[in-house]
Ligand binder design. Structure first.
Ligand SMILES: Nc1ncnc2c1ncn2[C@@H]1O[C@H](COP(=O)(O)OP(=O)(O)OP(=O)(O)O)[C@@H](O)[C@H]1O
Ligand SMILES: CC(C)(CO)[C@@H](O)C(=O)NCCC(=O)O
Length: 174
């Protein structure tokens, strides 16, 4: 995710990437990330935050609770609830109903297009795996959503098998 250069960059911006499994936090000062964390790791810090960029794929009721909590924690911060649009940062959304695209996918595509001029495939591995394509003209060509290997194992019950060959998990391969 990236912070819009039009924002007053002398100040700290806290970016929240709210996924299905976890919340990822990144604290920006100017264009640098000065701290990052996951879920409750933020509780150990009393950052002075001037703006919060909130990007969530969760449902409205969950988002309301989270935004309420953010408002309490950072009462002086300007909170921006980021939404998907038809066009942004020189990229045209492939969806005829733009709001149906996940904000995580949209921000990934916007960031990648701002960094690379050619046609790019964006792969985002989380609870789900998202694959999106954006071409050099800034046209988002759409993409795919697939279950992660963890999710597939749960769906088909592989975690109950004894033979480890059926088990995946990226921690075994690093
Ligand atoms: N680089 C990786 N390779 C494989 N699995 C990963 C990787 N990073 C995270 N995971 C797995 O993805 C799952 C969730 O990760 P993460 O918290 O990033 O997703 P999320 O943002 O909540 O999901 P989503 O964006 O799909 O809603 C965890 O089960 C984690 O083990
Ligand atoms: C698929 C998830 C939940 C993955 O985080 C997210 O990208 C989302 O809510 N997408 C909406 C559906 C779509 O992008 O087509």
């Amino acid at each position: 995710m990236f912070v819009n250069n039009n924002h007053p960059t002398e100040r700290c911006v806290l970016v929240m990437d709210v996924g299905n499994t976890s919340i990822k936090w990144a604290l920006f000062l100017k264009n640098d990330i000065i701290w990052r964390g996951r879920d409750h790791e933020i509780d150990d810090h009393a950052f002075e935050v001037h703006a919060v960029y909130f990007a969530s794929v969760r449902d409205d009721s969950n988002n309301l609770l989270l935004l309420e909590e953010v408002g309490k924690r950072y009462p002086n911060a300007n909170v921006l609830d980021l939404k998907v649009s038809a066009v942004a940062c020189g990229v045209e959304n492939a969806y005829s109903e733009p709001h149906r695209l996940g904000i995580d996918r949209w921000l990934g595509v916007l960031y990648v297009h701002s960094q690379y001029q050619g046609t790019v495939v964006v792969v985002d591995a989380g609870t789900a795996v998202k694959i999106d394509v954006v071409n050099s003209d800034g046209r988002h060509l759409g993409g795919y959503i697939a279950p992660s290997s963890d999710m597939m194992e749960k769906i088909v019950g592989l975690e109950y098998r004894a033979d480890p060959i059926f088990r995946s998990g990226y921690d075994k391969y690093v």
